[in-house]
Design a binder for this molecule. Sequence first.
Ligand code: ATP
Length: 822
Amino acid sequence: MAKRRRSRRSKPQPSLLQQLRESLLRAEVIGLSLVLISVFTLLSLLTGSRGQLTGWWIDSLTILVGVGVWGVPLVTGALGLWMVIRAIERMPDLPWQRPAGCALLFFAYITGAALWSRLEPTAGGWLGNLLATGLSRALGPWGAWAVTSFLAVSGLILLTDRRLIDLAERIWSWLDGQWHARPGLGGPVPIQPSLPIPSGQVPWWKRLRERLPFWEPQPPAPAPANLVRPEGRSGPPPAEAPAAPAPRPAPPVTPSREAEILTPHIVGGQEWQLPKLSEMLLDWDRQVDSDDLIRRQGRLIQETLALFGVPADFEGAYKGPSVTQYLIKPGYIERTVKGEVKRVKVKVSKIAALANDLALALAASSVRIEAPIPGTNYVGVEVPNQESNVVGLKELMESEAFEQMKIKGKLPIALGEDVKGQPIVADLARMPHLLIAGATGTGKSVCINAIITCLLLTHTPDTLRFLMVDPKMVELSVYNGIPHLLSPVVTEVDKAAGVLFWAVKEMERRYQLFSKVNARDLERYNSYLLKRQEPTLPYIVVVVDEMADLMMAAPEEVEKHICRLAQMARAVGIHLIIATQRPSVDVITGLIKANFPARIAFAVSSQIDSRVILDMPGAERLLGRGDMLFMRADASRLERLQGTWLSDEEINRVVRYWKGARTLEDAGLAPRPTPQMAVQPPELAPEPDVGLPTQPAQTTTGLAQPPLFQEIEQLRAAEARDELFDDAVEIVREAGRGSVSLLQRKLRIGYSRASRLVDQLEEAGILGPDQGGSQGRPCLLGPTSSADRSAPPTGGRGRPESPSPQHTSKDESDPDVPRIWM
Ligand SMILES: Nc1ncnc2c1ncn2[C@@H]1O[C@H](COP(=O)(O)OP(=O)(O)OP(=O)(O)O)[C@@H](O)[C@H]1O
């Protein structure tokens, strides 16, 4: 300590001469002097009025550098200004490359001038002639030109701090942009900023302007009437932001083209025909933000980042349907390491951490940052559009990508459009299951409806069947009655677990069928069936609209079935789509998540929820209304999409088409209800479509649904039976009677198991009532019927191996009645 104090005391005071030299060598003073010299030089050159000093100065310069005299005021002026600004703004030191580049360009210029004028003294001056003569003598005239060009290009590279390849790329991308901008050529082209500002700095003139005392900022827009100010504060109200968080418009309800009359659906013993897209789906208008607004926002992002000490360049933007993605290229910062100034690239995490500050600067409801955009050297800043659009199913299904997917994939679905405006399609068969989660009112049901409708427009009931569970009761009930349904839409939570159970059993049944013919998957099995000219097995898609309700009712059973299906059902063509509005760990358990690699997250309220769904943050920054993050099964990165929008009208058209009800009605052919047609048990009849004004009244010709729940009950009973049930049946049949002691003795089991078996035999109608004493119970089986009775009723519906259509007697007798399936 004492040592330090002594050393401080012994520090010598600078002399007066030193002080004077230091103040004269201050950057501002030198900078101002250079600016002054450049102004005098320029004025003397332009006006021709020269004093003795300026005359001597201009003559000397002309003799020295010839036409290069015009470059002198430019270089000295720029250098001087930069030194002044640097002193005010405390900008980092100018790297040596820039002045060196400037000097090289200058020498190339005067040498070129001397070579061009064949050593005319006024062209390149003494210096230019010296260089030109030296080069010509050493390398000949062409060699001299080559070296001069080399000097010019090197100077340009050093001055602009861009690599040659970058410069070439820029020129190429500009030419490419011009080419693609020609009318008639499609494809996404990023919007180029009109005036790119190098190295992410706020322009110096803007900063200086704001410091000037007489600078009047732009008059702010009037404050909103309900703006509450803190006490004692006055002054202008905060300017209204250019991109105020405009309430997102409700999806437009005015389609650009009105519905036309539906194509008649042919019913009764004929081939199914897929509906025409143009007759089912509507076109939706689009509005886009102006390019100028996007450029302004891009520059604002660049300036905001620079204000936070993060230099970055705004290099372009992609206009998506609901967000615009700004392409930001991280710049360089200078660091002094051991006295040496080094340029290092800005960390992308620094940009990512500024999401909230950017949202504030842009007055956006939320800003998501993708750092970096995979496969590029850009960071993507996603800002909500002022004009948000809906992405109609029709345009997606008519896109090239969907056409390709229809050829390649088995269950093509159109999910939406990404931030570049590209359609995103996927194959559900390859996913192979999909988990959809998000807060309430963010677009899950619309997404599910879009997926279902997409499948209904590409598959007939021969190739695809649905099982739908909708505990909310209103979302999927509209599909009741379409022939693709294996059962009416299940709305009771207690029955829902049964549906999953049935799907597991169907999976096991299919595996057995496949193993008999050594088929590894549904495709191979179907091609085997086709060779034998047998009807093929359809894909089955199980849709559950609210998983949380199911998990609350029977968590273990539901989780067990879902996991079994998710693990094994892919090969047999059973696929799950499961949605939940409660993204918590008790609903989306680790086991379920592990089995659903393909996931969609809609907006959620917290980062924790986002992590539960996607294992990473991001969904908390979504905007709602169909804005979603899609995680593909085969890629861990997320894609941000604007989900497909589908109106009730479109859904109703598709449902009406498949029900065939409309045609019968419109043609006046709808048969009156007859007792013969009321073939369905009341609890299995399709639920009436209530509350949908566009839905035509149901006729009784609606397709009958299969008695799935009877089968489920039978399956469950069979599942609950004792392993020795079949043996017990044999014993009682042979003995002609049955009792607990008989079964105990023959099967060598305990009392309780034997009495349970007796109960099960009675339940199955094999044993009669107890006759008391040693009589036991009579066996009700005849000698031949035993096999039938004892066989577990796995094929409860007497279904053939493939679910080929079974026409009821009504079908065969009346061709106008839609066929009844299963
Ligand atoms: N893809 C989309 N494009 C435009 N708007 C959409 C889109 N998806 C949803 N919306 C809007 O969001 C609203 C809510 O959507 P939806 O009913 O699908 O939410 P949800 O998540 O299913 O809600 P809940 O869980 O309460 O049923 C819709 O009425 C619609 O206005």
